[in-house]
Design a protein around this ligand. Structure first.
Ligand code: NAD
Length: 312
């Protein structure tokens, strides 16, 4: 039997660090090669092999895949929603070309599996906002959402046309304490914990009643691994699965934090990210993920808040 050899691209980001550590526990540290443009993240040091890689350099990527006998790629490198709006053409270029490089090498080298995350950002103002279904109007208005939607179509295309076993999740906003978020519209839900602990106050860049779908990182990591471990016959969606855990507003998360830090206060100064958030769903329907491969979240707002405050 062929041994699994995994390459994680974008391993030093908010998701990459925790996903790499989880994969190393499962597959053995030497079987998970971490890579990023950045210097190796402190939490990864000494936990397994690391290489510096620009995913835009297809030749280098191809050589790396052959040299290390890679069988699976997790592609996490991307320009996120808020950063993408500052330089749309760059975001489009990086988000699309990185995926095409990986899909094409997966096809050429007959890789076993590819993982690439999509986002709730594929939805737009014309999508139903509550319990947004898997299949519905998809008219993203940010360049990030446009690139994720196009990416979903490419994934399905490479699966149907060339048999590439690519799998994807539409992550909600992800909350974590180990590595910092990378320029997304839901970053407030991470910043608020740090500010609550350090200064007992926070100014939110989203307005008080802006509801967004959110998920605690341990759930996101488990969802990713469960999807990738599922038998291929169970994967009916080859674009990207809706994935859900909780939905809350800045006002609600502040109230939850106040239960632990009574003198915490919040104020609101919405900026350009408010418009991005206003076009996204309030909550997601992830029935398909639950039915196909048994997805079930563990963390709600109360449980996540306690865990974040315990660890920061
Ligand atoms: P992040 O910005 O924290 O990390 C991305 C990493 O990719 C960074 O370490 C960066 O240095 C690296 N990178 C950028 N360009 C690269 C290149 N050319 N070559 C190699 N590495 C490069 O992002 P994240 O939050 O960890 O997100 C990972 C994936 O999950 C992205 O596709 C993102 O769109 C998706 N996602 C994230 C969230 C979230 O809330 N964090 C939500 C939905 C979807």
């Amino acid at each position: 039997m062929k041994k699994d050899k995994i390459l994680v691209i974008g391993a030093c980001g908010q998701i990459g660090v925790e996903l790499t550590l989880a994969l190393r526990k499962m597959y053995g540290e030497s079987n998970v090669l971490a890579s990023d443009l950045r210097e190796e993240h402190d939490l990864l040091k000494g936990t397994g092999p690391y290489v510096s890689l620009d995913v835009m350099n297809k030749e280098m990527l191809h050589v790396l895949v052959i040299r290390h006998n890679i069988t699976q790629i997790y592609l996490l490198a991307a320009i996120l929603s808020a950063t993408g709006e500052k330089n749309p053409l760059l975001a489009w270029h990086i988000n699309m070309q990185s995926l095409l490089n990986v899909l094409d090498i997966a096809k050429e080298e007959h890789l076993d599996k590819v993982y690439w995350p999509s986002s709730i950002a594929v939805f737009g103002p014309n999508s139903p906002m509550q319990e947004t279904p898997q299949h519905t109007i998809i008219e993203p208005t940010t360049i990030y959402g446009i690139s994720k939607f196009a990416g979903e179509r490419w994934c399905e295309y490479y699966n149907h046309r060339y048999g590439v076993d690519v799998r994807s999740l539409r992550y909600p906003g992800l909350i974590s304490y180990k590595s910092a978020p990378g320029g997304g519209t839901t970053d407030y839900a991470v910043e608020i914990f740090h500010e609550a602990k350090e200064n007992k106050k926070y100014t939110s860049f989203l307005s008080e009643n802006t509801y967004l779908p959110m998920m605690y990182m341990p759930d996101a990591i488990r969802a990713t691994i469960e999807l990738m471990e599922a038998d291929a016959s169970k994967i009916s969606i080859r674009s990207a699965y809706n994935l859900s855990a909780m939905s809350f507003s800045p006002k609600e998360i502040a109230a939850e934090i106040k239960k632990h830090i009574p003198d915490f206060t919040i104020s609101y100064e919405p900026d350009y990210r408010q418009q991005i958030a206003d076009g996204w769903p309030n909550s997601m329907d992830d029935t398909q993920a639950r039915t196909d491969w048994g997805w079930k979240p563990e963390y709600d707002l109360a449980k996540m808040t306690k865990d974040m405050l315990d660890h920061i």
